[in-house]
Write a new protein. Sequence first.
Length: 720
Amino acid sequence: MSAQEKLANEANATMTDAAPVSRREFLGLTGSGLFVFFWAGPGGVFQETAHPSQRSGYPEDFNAYLRIAPDGRVTCLVGKIEMGEGVMTSLPMMLADELDVALDSMDIVMGDTDLCPWDMGTFGSLSTRQFGPILRKAGAEARAVLLQMAAERLNAPVERLNTKDGVVSDPPTGNHVSYGKLVQGKRIERHLDKDKVVVKPTSALKIWGQSPVRRDGLDKVTGKGKFAADFVLPGMLHARMLRPPAHGATLKHVDTSAAEKIEGVRVIRDGELIAVLHTHRDVADSAKSLIKAEYDVPPVTVDDRTIFDHLLKHAPQPQVVDESGDLKQGEKLSTTIVEETYLNSYVSHAPIEPHSATAVMENGRITVWAGTQTPFPVKQEVAEALRLPPEKVHIIVPYVGGGFGGKSASQQAIEAARLAKITGQPVQVLWDRSEEFFFDTFRPAAVVKIRAGIDGTGKLTLWDFRVIGAGEREAKSFYDAPHRRTTSSGEWSDENPGLHPFAVGPWRAPSVNTNTFARESHMDTLARKAGLDPVEFRLKNLSNKRMRNVLQLAAKQFGWKPAQKQRGHGFGVSCGTDTGTYVAMMAEVVVDEPTGAVRVNRVLCVQDQGATVNPEGTRQQIEGGILMGLGYALSEEVRFRGREILDRNFDSYALPRFSWLPKIESLLVNNPDLPASGCGEPPIINVGAVIANAIYDAVGARVLQLPMTPARVKAALPHT
């Protein structure tokens, strides 16, 4: 039985009819053991039911806690989820180091809204850099409390005691007591002043820096691991929904009579939701195909070719992100000015696992197993949709088969919950690939306009950067330009009605891929105008020590040589920052001029993310990020007409293939005295730019739009 199942068994009976619980009541619900809490709410109340919009920021009302069971095993309970990034391995590493327990004596429960503390969601590379310090403090306080308890038990001063592998020892006497014995049969509520809790210095950490076997690895390669659609409950119905042909389409007429004649089929209509249900999914599919529906479809005003003019026309007022000096003065100091426009198309998240959820309602309480990045916000949404108090809603997140920001929204969970309540039976909603594309919150199409100047020595004198549609994250340049301005019009979220014809949202490092592609492409063009090697030009305009370091290390490791290359064979460089992490990337490509096809042979990524918890886990993120990045760089784009999505499967939406996989090298900068920063998103940000710059180096084609398809590469070739 898993740690999650053990805790759930202890808590389920009592929590079925629970009201909002206090700290003391929650201890009673979850059985014996030591819990450590960080209470940020007024009066120290467990405010798990508060809506995220009522919170002033992460982690204002965040409660990090752990459990030490009577047998000495430690369970780490976190509201984060595991979707392949490896945090179910790295988070226990962080806690074990602070608590002084063996890593193999730890369990972890993630994303269970009944058992875990509130968390806003798993995104933004926050698990290590923002949640990690909270978890470490919990471990440090727990260890301090255990030392106090042991001092009383062993009749020894706290200062004389040691902790190791879950045991407190008194060296002069040889007496010792395990954590498990200290808490056996007790519910202990002791706290230290959280301002006095001190985590260990990096030099004292023993588990950090190791690369243990991933906790989810065996489950996933053997098929044992469960995802939301793997939960098959007695009497469960499969639901297939009637979907509109385009976003914004309104239903004029519907005839479900033919579907209703099929034995065992139930047709449910609840407001805008029309669903066909059956105990077999294929029967539900067949019945749905018999429904006759007519829709009013919005007129076509924009498509994937005219979207960029649309963005420029409908962009909101620009906001200044960064400004210094005087642009007119920068123009006067410039001997060369380069002005260019960079574009990127809409991109889908395209996870292996489509959105799925399984829901069951018993005794007025709904339980939903959902593939989501945001279990606690989903809990609130389900409660609102079903008009239930939040304590009557239980969200459980098993493994998630890829999210990349696209499973921050979880419409499928609400659909499953609504239908389970109406039918009184368990219901599973599993989107097909067409639904996955249709309802995706795409990475937004965007326009970036840059006007930049250099003097006769190759020093930047002017930098005017305008991003429209993508957002301001990492739009500010880290290069040295005395006269500069950066503005942003419109974010990557849905905060700008009318800007995008359908939903957009976070896509692995939102904004940063777009802004890095434009900035680093432009820096390469400026380097060519200055007659300087691209690496030399960057270093000439770069005083940031960490960025200089990763760039110089990359040049050395890659064997960068500013020499004439063979036609069709090129090398590129790109630098970027995201979530506090510094990344330099170099790539080698081969371009076939007659077809415009690009083959990436080699990619090197040098990454400085401060302290590294799990080196092998980081390398896996780098490799996955680079392969995913090949997609947005070379092939992925969503075609549409008006508010109709034309790409609805992988026959027309081209993901990168394993046959594309280049030789990938990663070099991690050892920077243990700095806090751990982001890891999951930074490796992808340079991929578009580094390939663009390598293409130019190979054949002289400056491709200005992502993805850099063969047709766009051919069109950008210089005409002789």
